[in-house]
Write a protein that binds this ligand. Sequence first.
Ligand code: S3P
Length: 534
Amino acid sequence: MIFDCYRKKTLNKTKKLSYEKSMSLRLINGYENLYVGAAKNSTPLIPRQRGTMPYPTSGGELFVCPPLAGQGEDACLHRLEACAVEGISPFPTNNKDRNFQVKSITIKKSNPLKGEITVPGDKSISHRAIMLGSIAEGDTTIKGLLKGEDNMATLKAFRQMGVRIDEHKNGVVAIQGKGIHGLKEPEDFIDAGNSGTTMRLLTGLLSGQGFFSVLTGDKYLRKRPMKRVVEPLSQMGARIFGREGGNKAPLAIVGSKLKGTTYNSPIPSAQVKSAILLAGLYADGGTTVAEPTLSRDHTERMLTYFGAEVKRRGTTVSIAGGQKLTGKKITVPGDISSAAFFMVAALITKDSELLIKNVGINPTRTGIIDILQAMGGDLKIVHQREISGEPVGDILVKSSKLKGIEIKGDMIPRAIDELPVAAVAAAFAEGITKIKDAKELRVKESDRIGTMATYLKELGIQVTEFDDGMDIVGGRPKPPQQGAIFNSHGDHRVAMSMIVAGLATERGITISNTDCIDTSFPGFMELLEGVKRT
Ligand code: S3P
């Protein structure tokens, strides 16, 4: 059936038979009945003038994508898989879809990784520095701000609200703070792009303003749940409207007078906690947030650093409304979430030794170091110090034989963004690693349990998926003979985790749809290439 169209148009009976024998057809991820196949002799089966791939058969459902001149089967696969993820028809009918480009990275088994590196600034701290700098009185200067797409979305939002933010040639960002009541109504909607932190924290901050605003984001962010912030903020008097009863962006916020509240968050989430605390700054009376286990505390630390009084008892934080913030000089440490890719890369790549300098080691974020050490990883924190209210250190990591462990409970929020790369470490470890209590991973930039479980399985690793985690039976990941291609699903951390897996995988692997890496780690590939020894 697959050869229908060729039988009619291109192939005579003998040729058809020989192609049928020599072609290996692969089902394409994301489709129920779309296959790709290449003739071993690489003769294009369809005349090239028939246009861009893929070319549908007369049946319209099954077709063969021929090797394109110089590009081959993989190019077809990347494009088709990315089309499925992006919701673009594989049969383009307009120029935008036809010209849709997929960036992909092929990664081969690597030589040892050696040297000293620094990773870009912490994403969470960078967001908060822009936000608090903008509503503080006086000037704030930020050194080491992450200039990834997520943080640029936050920066642009405050410019839209009348804040002057200059980026100097030396990389320092200077903010002329407007004071707590100095923001102005944005003339257009605010686009948070892919950034959940931008959208959720701004929802809190904007709820108490004297103006109207609309927040939207890319198609991934518009699928993510916002009720977790909308509900407690509504309890404070916020008026927020959105799709699906206020659960999905775009969100329209009618700035209102807020009153303090006490909120028991059912999930440990720094975004929820921070949204409420920022709204609390604008509320009458005190606001208290309690969470089941402690999530990252950068908002509390930075509010204190800017002169506000924040009280913390265990996992409960309180703030009094109406407090003034004062502009500061901030140095943002390197992002431990970005460093984590290099930690795992060095651990699983033979004879590696990396010193990752100037990394934020806030105890609410160092779960990944504890996890990798418990797995037998040789990691040390050296030269500990404190900068701008945050602990910082250098991390020395050497390749190690890893063993499976259990990752659960309080550890989960301390390593939430690093669990995809921890799963990669588990795939290379001896024995079983169990990840539990991590249901939140299902609503990150992608469903990180589903995606990582599927991809590790494709590498020949035994994985059992659960609603809140997965069991991974470690071994030597090996892509199938015909190679493996993984779509990032627009998720930067999935893309980088799979690139790390490729470093130590026989035969190497390809990751497509990798533009998203720029949301948190511009320069990731260059940094990685720079530490590979020949
Ligand atoms: C973040 C909090 C976490 C984390 C995200 C950044 C923040 O999200 O996963 O990447 O900067 O507050 P949750 O609050 O949803 O756990």
